[in-house]
Design a binder for this molecule. Structure first.
Ligand SMILES: Nc1ncnc2c1ncn2[C@@H]1O[C@H](COP(=O)(O)OP(=O)(O)OP(=O)(O)O)[C@@H](O)[C@H]1O
Ligand code: SF4
Ligand SMILES: [Mg+2]
Length: 498
């Protein structure tokens, strides 16, 4: 299965008066679904720039000079302007940002607007992105009304000719007023009361539904409740239990394959009785459809619970929140649309050690429960190690080492990683100690305008040789999951002395 995210040889430079800041220079890594990558390195090494390149939120003087960012099979860099700059308002990227990739910004805690209640800010952020109702939310609402359920997904506007199977397929692909949950193939219920009039052959539809269901491995449970209702097909929930069962299955599917379901119509039987003869009403009256402010509020309550905040605090202002609470609220905001990838840029840096630890644990729990992939960024390798499956160590705009977390700690190979690990204080969080010991890597990171030639770490590396000053190290694959960018490691892996 292809990875969720594939960043390949990414180069991001900033144009400044004196030339170019080579902030990210040939960074490559992949991320699978549900995987957590810790992106670490000293301040200024390009972590944030890498993250912002993925979400394409870079400032105007940023130029993507090369590479690829493929996310869920889509090449995100195809939307760049010709000169390599980014149009942050590009519609294609806006659809992905937050919906599919959300980001917890570095220092975002200060970004909460002091004059608005925190919950309201999250609610507004949700409304701006106009999410579509999720299955659960729809059913919740209908269940609240205490009615039996029927779901319809209209297939096509009334047609004056017979529809063919191709028409149905095409309709599913193209129309803005559809149809079939194409991306999950959930041809759950079709043709509200208009089948015959639309000239759709029932057996044709039945075949179509059956095929769609087969394709997506729906179980018999779901198939059983789909039946030919004379004038169309529909999912008929005879009881709440049945509904719960079927919805459970669909819900799972929709979580796996997030899909917009705004075209799904759910009607209660009571409502159906009111459908007049004219079939068009079934299209125009969509009582449960729009995502309303009330839905957003409901989601905020749910999110508060998820991130461990009491919903009682929704209507408090930011100054009434502690640092930890603000951070939790921002995590809630990032989770609002259930994105498959969350990027957290130094999410806990401004917090005290205990709060930091608690929040990281919470993030891990949420990530596991909601099955998101995550990139967690920190200048402190020990902070994120605990929650990362793998780690990427950056130095001066490039990767130094990429490995499973346990391998990186057990067998660090790059001299910079070794130095970083030596600098970890024995008792977690002793920051002064950390800073003192960081001095154990002599010197400081280089400027990224005219950075050092060859390996950018060479001015600080105790093992540097001529080749290090002359040639950029290529990646050495020590195993499928352990890659190091260092001449010494390469030589040693080939059995040569250094
Ligand atoms: N808009 C900009 N114009 C010029 N240079 C920039 C710009 N933004 C960032 N840089 C430079 O790019 C380099 C990488 O910055 P970036 O913010 O990605 O680092 P970082 O690893 O996230 O650091 P930190 O740990 O401090 O957050 C730094 O040298 C920084 O000074
Ligand atoms: S390539 Fe050379 S300078 Fe760079 S880390 Fe390896 S040994 Fe040190
Ligand atoms: Mg940063």
């Amino acid at each position: 299965m292809p990875p969720l995210l594939n960043v390949k040889d990414l180069k991001v430079y900033f144009k400044i008066r004196d030339g170019w800041v080579e902030a990210v220079d040939g960074v490559s890594f992949t991320l699978r679904e549900k995987e957590t990558l810790g992106l670490v390195g000293e301040s200024g090494c390009g972590k944030t720039t890498t993250a912002y390149a993925i979400t394409q939120l870079l400032p105007r003087n940023a130029y993507i000079k090369g590479g690829k960012i493929v996310f869920m099979g889509e090449d995100l860099l195809k939307y760049l302007k010709k000169d390599g700059t980014i149009d942050i308002f590009d519609e294609n990227i806006r659809k992905i940002r937050w919906n599919k990739i959300s980001i917890i910004f570095q220092g975002a805690m200060d970004a909460l607007n002091p004059v608005y209640k925190v919950g309201k800010q999250i609610e507004e952020a949700i409304m701006i992105h106009r999410p579509t109702l999720k299955f659960g939310e729809i059913t919740e609402r209908v269940e609240e009304r205490g009615s039996k359920l029927q779901i319809y997904i209209p297939v096509k506007e009334l047609s004056d000719r017979d529809l063919t199977l191709e028409d149905l397929n095409e309709a599913g692909e193209r129309s803005t007023n559809p149809f079939i949950l194409k991306s999950v193939g959930a041809a759950v219920a079709i043709i509200p009361v208009v089948g015959e009039e639309a000239g759709v052959k029932h057996d044709l539809l039945k075949d179509y539904i059956t095929e769609e269901l087969k394709k997506h491995k729906f179980s018999w449970k779901l198939r059983e409740v789909i039946y030919d209702a004379g004038k169309g097909f529909m999912v008929h929930m005879e009881s709440r239990d049945k509904a719960a069962e079927v919805f459970g299955e669909l819900d799972e599917l929709l979580t796996e394959h997030p899909v917009e379901v705004q075209h799904l119509m759910v009607f209660t039987l009571e409502w159906q009785k009111k459908i007049p003869d004219s079939p068009r009403v079934a299209y125009s009256s969509t009582p449960i459809r729009e995502y309303t402010q009330k839905d957003a509020r409901r989601r905020v309550v749910q999110l508060y619970r998820i991130v461990g905040l009491s919903p009682d605090r929704i209507d408090n202002y930011p100054h009434e929140y502690s640092g930890g609470m603000k951070q939790r609220a921002l995590i809630a905001m990032a989770l609002a649309l259930n994105p498959p990838l969350v990027i957290a840029d130094e999410p806990t840096t401004a917090l005290d050690v205990i709060t930091q630890y608690r929040i990281l644990r919470e993030i891990k729990k949420i990530q596991e429960r909601y099955k998101m992939a995550m990139i967690i960024i920190s200048h402190d390798i020990s902070t994120v190690a605990e929650i990362s499956d793998k780690m990427a160590v950056m130095y001066a705009g490039r990767l130094a080492e990429l490995a499973r977390t346990e391998d990186l700690f057990k067998e660090p190979k790059h001299p910079y990683t070794v130095g970083l690990l030596k600098s970890i204080p024995t008792i977690k969080g002793e920051r002064e100690e950390l800073h003192r010991r960081l001095a154990s890597i002599p010197g400081s990171p280089p400027p990224l305008v005219n950075p050092p030639s060859g390996c950018r770490f060479h001015p600080r590396c105790p093992y540097a040789k001529d080749v290090c000053r002359e040639k950029v190290p290529r990646p050495t694959k020590l195993s499928k999951t352990h890659i190091v960018w260092c001449h010494k490691v390469k030589a040693e892996s080939e059995g040569s002395e250094w």
